[in-house]
Design a protein around this ligand. Sequence first.
Ligand SMILES: NC(=O)c1ccc[n+]([C@@H]2O[C@H](COP(=O)([O-])OP(=O)(O)OC[C@H]3O[C@@H](n4cnc5c(N)ncnc54)[C@H](O)[C@@H]3O)[C@@H](O)[C@H]2O)c1
Ligand SMILES: O=C(O)C[C@H](O)C(=O)O
Ligand SMILES: [Mn+2]
Length: 555
Amino acid sequence: MQDTVKIKSRGRTLLEDPYLNKGTAFSIEERRAFGIEGRLPQRVETLEEQVARSYEQYQKFATPLDKYVYLRALQDYNRTTFYALVMAHIEEMLPIVYTPTVGEAIQEFSHIYREPRGLIVTEDNYQRLDEILASYGENDLAVVTDAEGILGIGDQGFGGIAICMGKLSLYSLTAGIDPARSLPVLLDFGTDNKKLLEDPFYLGVRKTRIRGDKYFEIIDAFIAAWKKRFPKALLQWEDLSKSSAFEVLARYRDVVPSFNDDIQGTGATALAGLLAATEQGKTLPDQVFLVSGAGAGGIGVAKQVKNGLVRLGLSDEEAKKRIYVLDSRGLILTDREGLEDYKMEFAHPRSDLANWEFASKNPNLIETIRNAKVTVLLGLSGQGGSFDQKVIDEVMKNTPRPIIFAMSNPTNLTEILPKDAICWTDGHAIVVTGSPFSPVEWKGKTHQIGQGNNTFVFPGIGWGVAAAGARTVEAEMMTEAAFALATQVTSERLATGAAFPPITDLMKVTNHVARAVAECAFRLGVATVTREEMESRLAERDWVPKYSTYEYDPS
Ligand SMILES: NC(=O)c1ccc[n+]([C@@H]2O[C@H](COP(=O)([O-])OP(=O)(O)OC[C@H]3O[C@@H](n4cnc5c(N)ncnc54)[C@H](O)[C@@H]3O)[C@@H](O)[C@H]2O)c1
Ligand SMILES: O=C(O)C[C@H](O)C(=O)O
Ligand SMILES: [Mn+2]
């Protein structure tokens, strides 16, 4: 049985509204009642039939980018069919609507551009945001980027809005966030990407980036207008550059319910995988961690690994002593001149290196692994291939079972190819990658490669926050999300080498994470709904791709 809803839209307008359009699935009665009789083929189809045809069309596109363009067009024409199609083929299509193909789409965005989507804030419109937002429907969620630190591909200007669209598609698929009530937001400050500035098709603001006071003046205005119009909505910061991500998160975290996906979501994801890889944390406190990359992702991971170790009984100081963070200049030490604030927490004093041997001022990757006896490598540097055979050989000297998380995206920036990691460790490593990889066959065994991507947590965080009506997003909710996700990796799954659940479990896992986050909001006293209300919001997805029967609302 379909639900019945009353709608006002009629005629062509109804067929052109992607949220309401049903295409060939409009019944004969609806076609008459809404003035669209004669505009559609005579045959009335079910959603399943539409999905089957769409899948046939999808398969005819040869390249991932063409498949992306097709799916985006479908999404802009009929949201229900789009989501039903992706849901039915999630393993096949996630790499298209999301990482890695979304990275290619972002780079080509001004060339593949068709339909307008989302909100674009610029220096020219930020003072009129109250008026502008008044024309938008209700929103419960925004994914916001300034597009300066997209995946590992840097400043992508206007194209960056597509990462927000990709993340929101996942929210709708796995957390049941109504696509009509979520908004991708691009803060278009211009771009310093020369290729884009010189591209005749480039659609963004064709100027170098606004920085400094003006940058914050514009974001302040956006946050004020957003909060006024949608006071309870959740805001996810995505792919800001490291030079602003930490400051932006801190500036607004108590102003609107908000979190940074790259810092916090990635941190929770990495911790979850590490817990799973160490039998739910049993041997986690024995490991020595090296994080390669000290940006939003790397520092976020270091923070969350520390929180996880503290939860398992270590003191803050003991935990930090086991974590070594490197950036492009080597191991981060407290005596480095001009050391950025966000790196300070994980800087070791030089006195920690009393018995170390290393050649130049800061130990490099191999020297750190050797001297600190590193057993876990976490790659968030965006440096493809940087975990080479020499690096892996060095880790093998410290442990028989290295844990190697090559989390950089997209695929070509992965620190190590899974097949190399398995081969160089003779099948002994637990290997995780940020982008999807096929299983690896080695000496008669199939090694599954867990996908350590924040998609395993951010939709659950969003659902949990919404279910509890949380006023703020607290750090502890991230730790809860991590522990909850880890329990979703069965021992059978871990025995195949994977420290993350299969992507096909994403729906189930997201619900589990959401529950942990919502419970935590209650415990911390930041929830604003009753427990019964929370339970009912967690019991089923608010939105699923199916059609309702329409009745005309003449009011
Ligand atoms: N798997 C996930 O869920 C996930 C989440 C967030 C980020 N990431 C990935 O992590 C990577 C970094 O993202 P970010 O947002 O932190 O970027 P970022 O620009 O903020 O940080 C990159 C860091 O890497 C350092 N770096 C550069 N060259 C290095 C080298 N040779 N050795 C060590 N460090 C080096 C830089 O100094 C910087 O500290 C990207 O590829 C991104 O896709 C993955
Ligand atoms: O977008 C992704 O696939 C994960 C992450 O947020 C990233 O920036 O790489
Ligand atoms: Mn990101």
